[in-house]
Design a protein around this ligand. Sequence first.
Ligand SMILES: [Zn+2]
Ligand SMILES: [Zn+2]
Length: 255
Amino acid sequence: MKLTVLGKSPAWTDAGGACSGYLVEGAGERPFLVDCGNGVFAKLRQRRDYREIEAVVVSHLHADHLLDLVPFSYALTVGPDAGVLAKPRLLAPSGAASFFRHLVGTWDTEDLISRAFAIEEYEAGAELEACGVSIRPHAVPHFGPTNAIELRDPAGGRIVFGSDGRFSERLIEAARAADVLIAEATLAEPDPGPVEKRGHMSAGEAGELAARAGVARLVLTHISDELDHERALAEAAVAYAGPVEVAAEGSAWVV
Ligand SMILES: [Zn+2]
Ligand SMILES: [Zn+2]
């Protein structure tokens, strides 16, 4: 299984970058995406034909993780092969179909996304599959329902994408002994507010989480190009002794 970063920006895009989006290639013939935030569709097109995509897995219903479902839907419904291809699957949290109707209904017909994709709503803890990769969403605390996405290759490799969320025991459990943990490091400093109101982590917290989970490699993501990446790496390394890097467009890991 190979995972490639298409976009790693937080909710405001990096210069020339894209928000959350990862391309996953497994034993199957057609790859899939984890998240499809703003800018991701153009980044995908630089690497692969969007017609090849088997599925899109959405971690949670925040703009920076799903907005490029809109251009993707226009490509599939208005583009040159509209109506010719089978719909790709759209694996999204429960309530997503209604959310998408409201979102696109503000300027187009409500069924834009459901005409383009076969929507499959999932619950946390479900066992999903795409491209020969087992996919398991794990509920993690953030602003609203959110899922870390665990990816398991049949040969045993595991990559855990933490999605968005505060430091939590739930993410530690989901990431336990993963080959690669892709963890958000949105904040320059830990959120000083009450724990239950925190929605994001700092790089230092991501490092502590990686150490507690015993992962083999830590990748910091959802981190703006306006933050000091060298400082973020140093702070993650305070608690975590393994290899750590900041996600960059095109970075890839094979497990
Ligand atoms: Zn986000
Ligand atoms: Zn979010």
